[in-house]
Ligand binder design. Sequence first.
Ligand code: CU
Length: 264
Amino acid sequence: MVGRQGNVLLVNGERLPRLEAPAGGRERWRLLNSANGAYFDVSLPGHSLRVIGWDGGVLPEPYDVDHLLIAPGERYELLVELGGAEGDTIELQTQHYDRGHALPDLGPRPLATFALTAPPANPAPRSPEPRGDVEPLPVTPATPRRSFTLSEEEPAGPADEPRFFINDEAYPDVTRLVVGTGEIEVWEIVNDAEMDHPFHLHGTFFQVLDQPHLGWKDTVNVPRKSTVRIAVDFDNPGLWMYHCHILEHAERGMMGVLQVGEAP
Ligand SMILES: [Cu+2]
């Protein structure tokens, strides 16, 4: 029902790796949640994280957070200042995020340890922060809107499987959406289910509306009983999927088909 959670956390395929980094150094990290169903809410206690990029590239305006929620399939690029002295260790942690269905709070869990080494005697000059070139998509009251309602059905008995739907249809029994190449649309993703679902679109990136940061994404978490609006520029003709990125949910129905342009 909730997707495979697993009971061992891996970073780059390793359990609790110990990494070295020069004290006071600045590093660029790319975080990708490749878990099937687990959410990560990462932090470096005592340090802030500077978000410089998302799934689809570098942001025009970076922003700072003290923890960062990463749903399955999402990617974030960070600049991290590893403040501290030689010999200190800093722990990258994940904490519980309540994504519904009363999953247990296991408290903060370590992901990796950074052991600070002596800073270089002659540090290289810092390169400037990368800045992306992103313009807001031109959304107007005339921009076509579509609505997608995500829902779930718990198994009726022990022999049953849960089922998941978009607009009451379960893949593969779905109506193909057709969009003209170059059309801009606003998609309203309504999560009517009892848990969060990370919505993922293939073939193009989108901008998440109603939130303060501009940038390109292809996966966005839609918290339970809430609505997320995205603006999409369908500039890439072809036949594409959109689905929940918890793969058990896609497998059990929460997936649709989108045709951009002429039928291939
Ligand atoms: Cu889901």
